[in-house]
Design a protein around this ligand. Structure first.
Ligand code: KIV
Length: 285
């Protein structure tokens, strides 16, 4: 494993690709969660636009704005010492013009991110990846299932499901690499396709629903902790049930307040004896 105290950089990712050490990445949206993820030695933290669903309660990521992303990026960056922090450029924040893309990406970097992530590999996106990289802004790509294109795709479908489509994905990935992307998220791609793409790129692939051969893995923190109330996709492994733990604690609190069991002496402040006596005396008059 990498030296746990040394901040992760682009060089770390490249070295991990070369030595085939798996890269760990999780999403985070708030200060304390980011701090715990960092303290566990996770290599990268993504402020995903999945925040729209996990925190803001939207049904897709489409409604997330650059201002939303800035708030959550600042919170996460404040909790991180070692992990490499990446922030998603949200829907339409990199589609209008190169100027607007640069300004929006720059704002995320100024908010504390070390890189931005964007989806797709259309020609104009490749130009933007190229331009941002030249500005000193690190860019992570995102191919396969791209949630910001949900209305065009029409549903949560696996991508690259044939030989031809796998080759197309590899071509797109290579173009992102050639234009300066330092890594690539591969979402909902068959394991064999993801293996083929990973083996034919010199930048690391971070898989989500893309099998075990990617250079790293990413999952949404609310999903692995069992906090998100919706259905979980097949590719998620839930490591605990925070929903149950939270609800049990909240119900216990409610019940203790109603029954008078909380607060006790241990949770209360008291007046000094003589002040209390004065109070009692004045009350009894
Ligand atoms: O928004 C997000 O959380 C993501 C990851 C799932 C890769 O893009």
């Amino acid at each position: 494993m990498e030296n746990n105290n040394k901040p992760v950089t682009l060089k770390t990712f490249q070295r991990m690709k070369e030595t085939q050490e798996k890269i760990t990445m999780l999403t985070a949206y708030d200060f304390s969660t980011a701090k715990y993820i960092d303290e566990c030695g996770t290599d990268a933290i993504l402020i995903g636009d999945s925040v729209g669903m996990t925190v803001l309660g939207y049904d897709t990521t489409i409604k997330v704005t650059i201002d939303d992303m800035l708030t959550f990026t600042k919170a996460v960056a404040n909790g991180v010492k070692r992990a490499f922090v990446i922030a998603d450029l949200p829907f339409l924040s990199y589609h209008v013009s190169k100027e607007q893309t640069t300004i929006n990406a720059g704002k995320l970097i100024q908010a504390g991110a070390k890189a931005v992530k964007l989806e797709g590999a259309a020609d104009f996106i490749l130009e933007e990846v190229n331009h941002l990289t030249k500005c000193g802004i690190n860019v992570m790509g995102h191919l396969g299932f791209t949630p910001q294109y949900i209305n065009a795709i029409g549903g949560y479908y696996i991508q690259g499901k044939s030989y031809e489509n796998t080759l197309k994905l590899l071509q797109a990935a290579k173009k992102l690499e050639d234009n300066g992307a330092f890594a690539l998220v591969l979402e909902m791609v068959p394991e064999e396709s993801a293996k083929f793409i990973s083996e034919n790129l010199s930048i690391p692939t971070i898989g989500i629903g893309a099998g075990k051969y990617c250079d790293g893995q990413v999952l949404v923190i609310d999903d692995i902790l069992g906090k998100y109330p919706g259905n979980l996709p097949k590719f998620v492994k839930q490591y605990t049930n925070l929903q149950e733990i939270m609800k049990n604690a909240i119900c216990e609190y409610n019940q203790e307040v109603k029954s008078g069991q909380f607060p006790t002496e241990a949770h209360s402040f008291n007046l000094p004896e003589e002040e209390r006596e004065k109070l009692e005396y004045s009350y009894s008059k």
